[in-house]
Design a protein around this ligand. Structure first.
Ligand SMILES: Cc1cc2nc3c(=O)[nH]c(=O)nc-3n(C[C@H](O)[C@H](O)[C@H](O)COP(=O)(O)OP(=O)(O)OC[C@H]3O[C@@H](n4cnc5c(N)ncnc54)[C@H](O)[C@@H]3O)c2cc1C
Length: 403
Protein backbone atom coordinates (compact mmCIF):
# COMPACT_ATOMS: atom_id res chain seq x y z
CA UNK A 1 0.00 0.00 0.00
CA UNK A 2 1.08 3.58 -0.37
CA UNK A 3 0.76 7.18 0.82
CA UNK A 4 -0.83 9.82 -1.38
CA UNK A 5 0.32 13.39 -0.75
CA UNK A 6 -1.67 16.17 -2.41
CA UNK A 7 0.26 19.45 -2.79
CA UNK A 8 3.79 19.84 -4.09
CA UNK A 9 4.54 23.01 -2.11
CA UNK A 10 7.36 23.08 0.44
CA UNK A 11 5.41 21.00 2.99
CA UNK A 12 4.21 18.25 0.62
CA UNK A 13 7.63 17.94 -1.05
CA UNK A 14 9.47 17.82 2.28
CA UNK A 15 7.12 15.12 3.61
CA UNK A 16 7.67 13.04 0.44
CA UNK A 17 11.45 13.40 0.87
CA UNK A 18 11.32 12.60 4.59
CA UNK A 19 9.30 9.43 3.91
CA UNK A 20 11.54 8.39 1.03
CA UNK A 21 14.58 8.80 3.28
CA UNK A 22 13.21 7.06 6.38
CA UNK A 23 11.82 4.09 4.39
CA UNK A 24 14.85 4.02 2.04
CA UNK A 25 12.43 4.00 -0.87
CA UNK A 26 10.65 0.86 0.35
CA UNK A 27 7.21 2.49 0.50
CA UNK A 28 5.42 4.00 -2.46
CA UNK A 29 4.72 7.72 -2.13
CA UNK A 30 2.49 9.42 -4.69
CA UNK A 31 3.04 13.18 -4.79
CA UNK A 32 0.41 15.18 -6.67
CA UNK A 33 1.68 18.65 -7.51
CA UNK A 34 -0.52 21.22 -9.16
CA UNK A 35 2.14 23.66 -10.30
CA UNK A 36 4.99 22.91 -12.63
CA UNK A 37 8.03 24.74 -11.33
CA UNK A 38 10.36 26.59 -13.63
CA UNK A 39 13.88 25.23 -13.64
CA UNK A 40 15.32 28.64 -14.57
CA UNK A 41 14.51 30.77 -11.54
CA UNK A 42 15.15 34.46 -12.07
CA UNK A 43 17.69 36.46 -10.10
CA UNK A 44 15.70 39.53 -9.12
CA UNK A 45 14.96 38.21 -5.64
CA UNK A 46 11.45 39.59 -5.53
CA UNK A 47 9.66 36.40 -4.51
CA UNK A 48 8.66 35.35 -1.01
CA UNK A 49 11.47 34.39 1.32
CA UNK A 50 10.95 32.61 4.60
CA UNK A 51 12.97 32.24 7.78
CA UNK A 52 13.85 28.69 8.80
CA UNK A 53 14.49 28.08 12.48
CA UNK A 54 17.56 26.07 13.47
CA UNK A 55 15.23 23.26 14.51
CA UNK A 56 13.75 23.20 10.99
CA UNK A 57 17.21 23.17 9.39
CA UNK A 58 18.26 20.28 11.63
CA UNK A 59 15.09 18.38 10.71
CA UNK A 60 15.77 18.95 6.99
CA UNK A 61 19.34 17.74 7.59
CA UNK A 62 18.04 14.61 9.35
CA UNK A 63 16.57 13.36 6.09
CA UNK A 64 19.49 14.33 3.91
CA UNK A 65 18.17 17.44 2.13
CA UNK A 66 19.97 20.27 3.99
CA UNK A 67 23.12 19.91 1.84
CA UNK A 68 20.98 20.82 -1.21
CA UNK A 69 19.21 23.74 0.53
CA UNK A 70 22.14 25.25 2.46
CA UNK A 71 23.88 26.80 -0.60
CA UNK A 72 20.66 28.80 -1.18
CA UNK A 73 20.30 29.91 2.44
CA UNK A 74 21.55 33.07 4.15
CA UNK A 75 22.48 32.77 7.82
CA UNK A 76 20.91 35.08 10.43
CA UNK A 77 23.54 35.94 13.00
CA UNK A 78 21.74 38.75 14.86
CA UNK A 79 18.11 39.61 15.44
CA UNK A 80 17.08 43.14 16.39
CA UNK A 81 13.50 43.62 17.64
CA UNK A 82 12.16 47.14 18.14
CA UNK A 83 8.98 49.17 18.41
CA UNK A 84 9.08 52.32 16.23
CA UNK A 85 9.15 55.48 18.33
CA UNK A 86 9.99 53.61 21.53
CA UNK A 87 13.38 53.39 23.28
CA UNK A 88 13.24 49.64 24.02
CA UNK A 89 14.75 46.96 21.82
CA UNK A 90 15.92 43.36 22.06
CA UNK A 91 19.14 42.12 20.52
CA UNK A 92 19.84 38.42 20.06
CA UNK A 93 23.24 37.24 18.92
CA UNK A 94 24.10 33.72 17.76
CA UNK A 95 27.43 33.83 19.63
CA UNK A 96 25.56 34.15 22.96
CA UNK A 97 24.25 30.64 22.35
CA UNK A 98 27.46 29.21 20.83
CA UNK A 99 25.83 28.60 17.48
CA UNK A 100 26.83 30.02 14.11
CA UNK A 101 23.32 31.09 13.09
CA UNK A 102 19.98 31.88 14.75
CA UNK A 103 18.19 30.71 11.60
CA UNK A 104 18.43 30.84 7.82
CA UNK A 105 16.50 32.65 5.08
CA UNK A 106 15.56 30.89 1.85
CA UNK A 107 13.90 32.30 -1.25
CA UNK A 108 10.92 29.99 -1.60
CA UNK A 109 10.66 29.55 -5.39
CA UNK A 110 14.39 28.93 -5.67
CA UNK A 111 14.31 26.38 -2.87
CA UNK A 112 11.29 24.72 -4.50
CA UNK A 113 13.24 24.16 -7.73
CA UNK A 114 15.97 22.42 -5.75
CA UNK A 115 13.39 20.38 -3.83
CA UNK A 116 11.76 19.32 -7.10
CA UNK A 117 15.10 17.93 -8.30
CA UNK A 118 15.50 16.09 -4.97
CA UNK A 119 11.95 14.69 -5.33
CA UNK A 120 12.63 13.48 -8.87
CA UNK A 121 15.79 11.68 -7.73
CA UNK A 122 14.45 10.23 -4.46
CA UNK A 123 13.61 6.50 -4.40
CA UNK A 124 9.97 5.52 -3.91
CA UNK A 125 8.42 8.88 -4.93
CA UNK A 126 6.06 8.93 -7.92
CA UNK A 127 5.44 12.50 -9.00
CA UNK A 128 2.23 13.55 -10.79
CA UNK A 129 2.85 17.09 -12.05
CA UNK A 130 1.09 19.23 -13.10
CA UNK A 131 -1.99 17.46 -11.76
CA UNK A 132 -4.91 18.34 -9.50
CA UNK A 133 -7.25 16.21 -7.47
CA UNK A 134 -10.83 16.25 -8.67
CA UNK A 135 -12.46 13.50 -6.58
CA UNK A 136 -11.76 11.63 -3.35
CA UNK A 137 -13.44 8.41 -2.23
CA UNK A 138 -12.60 6.99 1.18
CA UNK A 139 -13.28 3.31 1.89
CA UNK A 140 -12.73 1.32 5.08
CA UNK A 141 -9.33 -0.05 4.01
CA UNK A 142 -8.09 2.47 1.46
CA UNK A 143 -8.59 5.81 -0.24
CA UNK A 144 -9.04 6.43 -3.97
CA UNK A 145 -8.06 9.76 -5.53
CA UNK A 146 -9.16 10.74 -9.04
CA UNK A 147 -6.90 13.21 -10.84
CA UNK A 148 -8.01 15.91 -13.27
CA UNK A 149 -7.00 13.66 -16.21
CA UNK A 150 -9.29 10.88 -14.92
CA UNK A 151 -6.47 8.70 -13.60
CA UNK A 152 -7.16 6.95 -10.27
CA UNK A 153 -4.60 6.37 -7.48
CA UNK A 154 -5.12 4.14 -4.46
CA UNK A 155 -3.38 4.46 -1.10
CA UNK A 156 -3.74 3.55 2.56
CA UNK A 157 -3.54 7.19 3.63
CA UNK A 158 -4.19 10.57 2.02
CA UNK A 159 -2.16 13.57 3.20
CA UNK A 160 -3.52 17.04 2.45
CA UNK A 161 -0.57 19.40 1.98
CA UNK A 162 -2.43 21.59 -0.49
CA UNK A 163 -2.27 24.88 1.37
CA UNK A 164 -4.69 27.37 2.91
CA UNK A 165 -7.57 26.80 0.49
CA UNK A 166 -7.19 23.02 0.63
CA UNK A 167 -9.34 21.27 -2.00
CA UNK A 168 -8.78 18.03 -0.12
CA UNK A 169 -10.27 19.49 3.08
CA UNK A 170 -13.25 20.77 1.07
CA UNK A 171 -13.78 17.47 -0.76
CA UNK A 172 -13.60 15.56 2.56
CA UNK A 173 -15.93 17.95 4.40
CA UNK A 174 -13.35 19.22 6.93
CA UNK A 175 -14.58 22.49 8.46
CA UNK A 176 -12.22 25.41 8.77
CA UNK A 177 -12.37 28.54 10.94
CA UNK A 178 -10.98 31.75 9.52
CA UNK A 179 -10.02 34.94 11.36
CA UNK A 180 -9.52 37.70 8.85
CA UNK A 181 -6.86 40.09 10.16
CA UNK A 182 -7.89 42.71 7.59
CA UNK A 183 -4.21 43.04 6.82
CA UNK A 184 -1.99 42.25 3.87
CA UNK A 185 1.74 41.56 3.73
CA UNK A 186 3.67 43.56 1.18
CA UNK A 187 6.68 41.46 0.23
CA UNK A 188 9.73 42.32 -1.86
CA UNK A 189 13.46 42.95 -1.70
CA UNK A 190 15.51 46.05 -1.12
CA UNK A 191 19.12 46.84 -1.97
CA UNK A 192 20.72 48.63 0.96
CA UNK A 193 23.67 51.00 1.19
CA UNK A 194 25.17 49.11 4.16
CA UNK A 195 25.80 45.37 4.17
CA UNK A 196 23.31 43.47 6.34
CA UNK A 197 26.04 41.22 7.78
CA UNK A 198 23.47 38.61 8.68
CA UNK A 199 21.26 40.96 10.69
CA UNK A 200 17.50 40.40 10.72
CA UNK A 201 15.14 43.09 12.00
CA UNK A 202 11.60 42.89 13.32
CA UNK A 203 10.15 46.35 13.72
CA UNK A 204 6.67 47.15 14.96
CA UNK A 205 5.41 50.25 13.18
CA UNK A 206 2.17 52.27 13.23
CA UNK A 207 1.13 50.60 9.97
CA UNK A 208 1.98 47.05 11.11
CA UNK A 209 4.98 44.77 11.76
CA UNK A 210 7.91 45.09 9.37
CA UNK A 211 10.48 42.28 9.06
CA UNK A 212 13.74 42.94 7.19
CA UNK A 213 15.65 39.73 6.55
CA UNK A 214 19.12 39.16 5.06
CA UNK A 215 19.46 37.44 1.67
CA UNK A 216 22.25 37.14 -0.91
CA UNK A 217 24.02 39.75 -3.05
CA UNK A 218 23.59 42.71 -0.69
CA UNK A 219 19.80 42.52 -0.68
CA UNK A 220 17.40 42.21 2.21
CA UNK A 221 13.89 40.90 1.82
CA UNK A 222 11.05 42.56 3.69
CA UNK A 223 7.57 41.61 4.83
CA UNK A 224 5.60 44.72 5.68
CA UNK A 225 2.15 44.15 7.13
CA UNK A 226 -0.43 46.82 6.36
CA UNK A 227 -4.15 47.28 6.81
CA UNK A 228 -6.51 46.55 3.91
CA UNK A 229 -7.19 50.30 3.73
CA UNK A 230 -3.51 51.13 3.24
CA UNK A 231 -3.16 48.52 0.50
CA UNK A 232 -4.81 50.70 -2.15
CA UNK A 233 -2.58 53.66 -1.23
CA UNK A 234 0.59 51.51 -1.34
CA UNK A 235 -0.29 50.01 -4.71
CA UNK A 236 -0.25 53.54 -6.15
CA UNK A 237 3.29 54.29 -4.91
CA UNK A 238 6.02 54.12 -7.52
CA UNK A 239 9.45 52.72 -6.53
CA UNK A 240 10.76 56.13 -5.42
CA UNK A 241 7.78 56.83 -3.17
CA UNK A 242 7.84 53.29 -1.80
CA UNK A 243 11.53 53.59 -0.87
CA UNK A 244 10.86 56.85 1.00
CA UNK A 245 7.97 55.32 2.98
CA UNK A 246 9.87 52.12 3.74
CA UNK A 247 12.92 54.06 4.87
CA UNK A 248 10.73 56.18 7.13
CA UNK A 249 9.16 53.10 8.75
CA UNK A 250 12.39 51.12 9.09
CA UNK A 251 14.98 53.80 9.85
CA UNK A 252 18.64 53.93 8.90
CA UNK A 253 20.22 50.83 10.43
CA UNK A 254 21.03 49.53 6.92
CA UNK A 255 21.87 52.96 5.51
CA UNK A 256 19.97 54.36 2.55
CA UNK A 257 17.57 52.08 0.66
CA UNK A 258 18.76 52.15 -2.95
CA UNK A 259 16.44 49.95 -4.97
CA UNK A 260 13.23 48.04 -4.41
CA UNK A 261 11.96 44.95 -6.27
CA UNK A 262 8.48 44.18 -7.59
CA UNK A 263 6.03 44.14 -4.69
CA UNK A 264 3.76 41.14 -4.06
CA UNK A 265 0.75 41.34 -1.80
CA UNK A 266 -0.49 38.45 0.35
CA UNK A 267 -3.79 38.65 2.27
CA UNK A 268 -3.32 37.62 5.91
CA UNK A 269 -5.55 35.39 7.95
CA UNK A 270 -5.51 32.82 10.70
CA UNK A 271 -7.05 29.61 9.50
CA UNK A 272 -7.50 26.52 11.61
CA UNK A 273 -9.35 23.26 11.10
CA UNK A 274 -11.73 21.67 13.57
CA UNK A 275 -9.70 18.46 13.14
CA UNK A 276 -6.38 17.70 11.43
CA UNK A 277 -7.20 14.02 10.95
CA UNK A 278 -10.21 12.13 9.65
CA UNK A 279 -10.76 8.64 8.25
CA UNK A 280 -7.62 7.78 6.19
CA UNK A 281 -6.78 11.48 6.02
CA UNK A 282 -4.23 13.85 7.64
CA UNK A 283 -3.91 17.58 7.04
CA UNK A 284 -0.48 19.18 7.43
CA UNK A 285 1.21 22.55 6.85
CA UNK A 286 -0.98 25.42 5.72
CA UNK A 287 -3.82 23.01 4.92
CA UNK A 288 -4.02 22.30 8.66
CA UNK A 289 -3.22 25.78 9.98
CA UNK A 290 -2.34 29.07 8.31
CA UNK A 291 -0.74 31.68 10.56
CA UNK A 292 0.02 35.39 10.39
CA UNK A 293 3.68 35.76 9.34
CA UNK A 294 4.52 38.15 12.22
CA UNK A 295 6.72 35.59 13.97
CA UNK A 296 7.79 33.61 10.87
CA UNK A 297 6.38 30.38 12.30
CA UNK A 298 4.09 28.98 9.55
CA UNK A 299 6.47 26.65 7.76
CA UNK A 300 8.47 25.94 10.93
CA UNK A 301 5.26 24.63 12.47
CA UNK A 302 4.51 22.69 9.26
CA UNK A 303 7.97 21.13 9.49
CA UNK A 304 7.07 19.78 12.92
CA UNK A 305 3.89 18.26 11.36
CA UNK A 306 6.11 16.61 8.75
CA UNK A 307 8.65 15.05 11.09
CA UNK A 308 6.09 13.77 13.56
CA UNK A 309 3.94 12.32 10.77
CA UNK A 310 6.99 10.67 9.14
CA UNK A 311 7.98 9.15 12.52
CA UNK A 312 4.40 8.01 13.22
CA UNK A 313 4.08 6.32 9.81
CA UNK A 314 7.50 4.73 10.07
CA UNK A 315 6.59 3.24 13.44
CA UNK A 316 3.20 2.04 12.13
CA UNK A 317 4.87 0.26 9.20
CA UNK A 318 7.44 -1.27 11.53
CA UNK A 319 4.79 -2.63 13.91
CA UNK A 320 2.44 -3.67 11.11
CA UNK A 321 -0.43 -1.49 12.40
CA UNK A 322 -1.02 0.21 9.04
CA UNK A 323 -0.36 3.84 8.18
CA UNK A 324 -4.02 4.74 7.73
CA UNK A 325 -5.15 3.08 10.95
CA UNK A 326 -7.35 5.49 12.93
CA UNK A 327 -5.50 4.87 16.23
CA UNK A 328 -2.21 5.72 14.52
CA UNK A 329 -3.73 8.96 13.24
CA UNK A 330 -5.23 9.79 16.64
CA UNK A 331 -1.80 9.40 18.27
CA UNK A 332 -0.39 11.77 15.68
CA UNK A 333 -3.14 14.33 16.34
CA UNK A 334 -2.75 14.11 20.11
CA UNK A 335 1.01 14.67 19.89
CA UNK A 336 0.62 17.71 17.61
CA UNK A 337 -2.17 19.52 19.47
CA UNK A 338 -0.21 21.39 22.15
CA UNK A 339 2.52 22.70 19.84
CA UNK A 340 -0.02 23.89 17.24
CA UNK A 341 -2.25 25.54 19.88
CA UNK A 342 0.69 27.26 21.65
CA UNK A 343 2.22 28.53 18.40
CA UNK A 344 -1.11 29.93 17.21
CA UNK A 345 -1.80 31.56 20.60
CA UNK A 346 1.63 33.22 20.80
CA UNK A 347 1.58 34.38 17.17
CA UNK A 348 -1.94 35.78 17.43
CA UNK A 349 -1.17 37.36 20.83
CA UNK A 350 1.98 39.06 19.51
CA UNK A 351 0.01 40.52 16.64
CA UNK A 352 -2.70 41.92 18.89
CA UNK A 353 -0.22 43.38 21.41
CA UNK A 354 1.97 45.00 18.78
CA UNK A 355 -0.88 46.25 16.57
CA UNK A 356 -2.33 48.32 19.39
CA UNK A 357 -1.12 51.95 19.61
CA UNK A 358 -2.86 52.70 22.93
CA UNK A 359 -0.43 54.91 24.94
CA UNK A 360 -0.39 52.62 28.01
CA UNK A 361 0.32 49.57 25.91
CA UNK A 362 3.04 51.35 23.91
CA UNK A 363 4.78 52.20 27.21
CA UNK A 364 4.29 48.65 28.51
CA UNK A 365 5.82 47.25 25.33
CA UNK A 366 8.83 49.56 25.63
CA UNK A 367 9.39 48.33 29.21
CA UNK A 368 8.92 44.70 28.16
CA UNK A 369 11.49 45.06 25.35
CA UNK A 370 14.01 46.63 27.74
CA UNK A 371 13.40 43.94 30.38
CA UNK A 372 13.71 41.04 27.95
CA UNK A 373 16.91 42.50 26.54
CA UNK A 374 18.45 43.01 29.99
CA UNK A 375 17.41 39.77 31.68
CA UNK A 376 19.34 36.79 30.21
CA UNK A 377 16.76 34.16 31.27
CA UNK A 378 13.97 36.06 29.48
CA UNK A 379 16.17 36.54 26.42
CA UNK A 380 16.86 32.83 26.48
CA UNK A 381 13.14 31.97 26.42
CA UNK A 382 12.70 34.23 23.39
CA UNK A 383 15.75 32.69 21.70
CA UNK A 384 14.37 29.21 22.33
CA UNK A 385 11.08 30.17 20.66
CA UNK A 386 12.93 31.58 17.64
CA UNK A 387 15.33 28.64 17.35
CA UNK A 388 12.64 26.01 17.36
CA UNK A 389 9.40 26.62 19.25
CA UNK A 390 8.62 26.36 22.95
CA UNK A 391 9.00 22.58 23.12
CA UNK A 392 12.50 22.64 21.73
CA UNK A 393 15.77 23.41 23.48
CA UNK A 394 18.36 21.12 21.95
CA UNK A 395 20.45 23.81 20.31
CA UNK A 396 20.73 25.73 23.56
CA UNK A 397 21.96 22.61 25.35
CA UNK A 398 23.93 21.04 22.53
CA UNK A 399 26.88 23.20 21.58
CA UNK A 400 27.90 20.85 18.73
CA UNK A 401 26.03 22.20 15.79
CA UNK A 402 25.43 19.68 13.03
CA UNK A 403 24.50 22.07 10.23
C1 LIG B 1 4.38 36.98 3.72
C2 LIG B 1 4.65 35.65 4.36
C3 LIG B 1 5.84 35.42 5.01
C4 LIG B 1 6.09 34.19 5.63
N1 LIG B 1 7.27 34.01 6.31
C5 LIG B 1 7.50 32.83 6.94
C6 LIG B 1 8.72 32.63 7.66
O1 LIG B 1 9.56 33.51 7.75
N2 LIG B 1 8.90 31.42 8.27
C7 LIG B 1 7.97 30.42 8.20
O2 LIG B 1 8.20 29.35 8.78
N3 LIG B 1 6.82 30.60 7.51
C8 LIG B 1 6.57 31.76 6.88
N4 LIG B 1 5.40 31.94 6.18
C9 LIG B 1 4.48 30.79 6.05
C10 LIG B 1 4.93 29.82 4.96
O3 LIG B 1 5.14 30.52 3.76
C11 LIG B 1 3.87 28.74 4.78
O4 LIG B 1 3.56 28.17 6.02
C12 LIG B 1 4.34 27.64 3.84
O5 LIG B 1 4.84 28.16 2.63
C13 LIG B 1 3.15 26.71 3.57
O6 LIG B 1 3.54 25.68 2.70
P1 LIG B 1 2.48 24.58 2.22
O7 LIG B 1 3.25 23.66 1.34
O8 LIG B 1 1.73 24.04 3.38
O9 LIG B 1 1.39 25.39 1.38
P2 LIG B 1 1.53 26.07 -0.05
O10 LIG B 1 2.83 26.74 -0.20
O11 LIG B 1 0.31 26.88 -0.26
O12 LIG B 1 1.55 24.84 -1.07
C14 LIG B 1 0.40 24.11 -1.38
C15 LIG B 1 0.61 23.49 -2.75
O13 LIG B 1 -0.51 22.66 -3.06
C16 LIG B 1 -0.90 22.88 -4.41
N5 LIG B 1 -2.33 22.54 -4.56
C17 LIG B 1 -3.41 23.25 -4.16
N6 LIG B 1 -4.54 22.59 -4.45
C18 LIG B 1 -4.17 21.44 -5.08
C19 LIG B 1 -4.89 20.35 -5.64
N7 LIG B 1 -6.21 20.28 -5.64
N8 LIG B 1 -4.18 19.31 -6.20
C20 LIG B 1 -2.82 19.34 -6.22
N9 LIG B 1 -2.10 20.37 -5.69
C21 LIG B 1 -2.77 21.40 -5.14
C22 LIG B 1 -0.59 24.37 -4.66
O14 LIG B 1 -0.40 24.63 -6.02
C23 LIG B 1 0.72 24.52 -3.87
O15 LIG B 1 1.84 24.20 -4.67
C24 LIG B 1 5.13 33.16 5.57
C25 LIG B 1 3.91 33.39 4.89
C26 LIG B 1 3.67 34.62 4.31
C27 LIG B 1 2.36 34.85 3.61
Amino acid sequence: MSIIIVGGGIVGSMLALALSYTTQGNQTIFLIAEKKLKSNWHTTYDGKSIALSIDTCQKIASFGVWSAIKPLATAITNIHISDRGSPGFILLNSQDYNISALGYIIELSRAMNTLLTCVQEAPGIHLYCPRKVSEIERFEEYVCVTLDNGEKIHGELLVAADGTYSDVANLCGIKRCTVNYEQVAVVSTVLTQLAHNGWAFERFTDQGPLAMLPIANGYSTFIWCQSYISQQRIEKWNDKQFLIELQDAFGWRLGRFLQVGRRKIHPLQLQTTTQNISHRLVLIGNAAQTLHPIAGQGFNLGMRDITLLADTLQSAWKHGTGAGDYLTLQNYQKSRMKDVRDTITITDGLLRIFSNRHAGLVMGRALALIMIDQIPSLRRVLAQWILGGMQWNTALRDKNETL
